[in-house]
Ligand binder design. Structure first.
Ligand SMILES: CC(C)(COP(=O)(O)OP(=O)(O)OC[C@H]1O[C@@H](n2cnc3c(N)ncnc32)[C@H](O)[C@@H]1OP(=O)(O)O)[C@@H](O)C(=O)NCCC(=O)NCCS
Length: 182
């Protein structure tokens, strides 16, 4: 697992030459996050826990920006649009040493390394929160997400069969990847 500390705020140049500014989520990001959610392909909602299309969900996320157990980062395009979101949150109670990761990249900004940049940064935040274990779950078909986290040192810890049902009623396996911090 990466040992680098969090870097935000910073600018990143992607493989296709485009640049983004990566920073912590801020008050006033609501509309930009809802726009990111509205632009996601319908299938992506299989992979995502927090529905960014919902103003209530987004308000909860933005209101949690100063929470001690939660870090959220966004990538902002030169035109001001939020084009990626990632979060690390410590679980409550008996798993309070474990952080859960979420990651979403706007479809028009995929395949140029942004997901990997966001993943590396949010894992650094999870470590800074004090997590001894970091995990991410996704449907088995999400090979890009698995490639990103495997490269960061995560390994497969679980595979839950037919655990997710899509809008058409089709069942999908859920995989859990995790990394233990020494
Ligand atoms: C998963 C996701 C974040 C990837 O974002 P991204 O910006 O495209 O990722 P990157 O460009 O950094 O790609 C990282 C690696 O993933 C793999 N990858 C990316 N897209 C892929 C695809 N469509 N098919 C197969 N592998 C893919 C590649 O190995 C890639 O590295 P490479 O381009 O150097 O070969 C994005 O597809 C997404 O937001 N999906 C919906 C939400 C989700 O599934 N989140 C994951 C669970 S947390």
């Amino acid at each position: 697992m990466t040992t680098a500390p969090p870097q935000v705020p910073f600018n990143a140049t992607l493989r296709d030459g485009r640049t983004v500014h990566i920073r912590l989520i801020e008050a006033g990001d609501n509309e930009r996050l809802i726009a990111l959610g509205a632009a996601l392909p319908e299938n992506d909602w299989l992979h995502v826990e927090n529905d960014l299309r919902s103003p209530e969900v987004v308000a909860r996320l933005v209101n949690a920006r100063d929470a001690e157990h939660w870090r959220q980062i966004v990538a902002v395009a030169p035109d001001g649009a939020i084009v990626a979101y990632a979060s690390a949150r410590l679980l409550p109670g008996r798993s309070s040493h474990v952080a859960d990761i979420q990651l979403i990249v706007d479809e028009a900004w995929r395949r140029c390394g942004l997901g990997a940049v966001m993943a590396g940064e949010i894992v650094a935040h999870a470590r800074q929160l004090g997590a001894a274990k970091v995990f991410v779950d996704m449907v088995e078909e999400q090979t890009a997400g698995q490639a990103i986290f495997t490269r960061l040192g995560f390994t497969l810890e679980g595979r839950l069969i037919n655990h997710i049902r899509d809008r058409q009623g089709k069942l999908h396996n859920l995989v859990v990847l995790a990394c233990h911090v020494e």
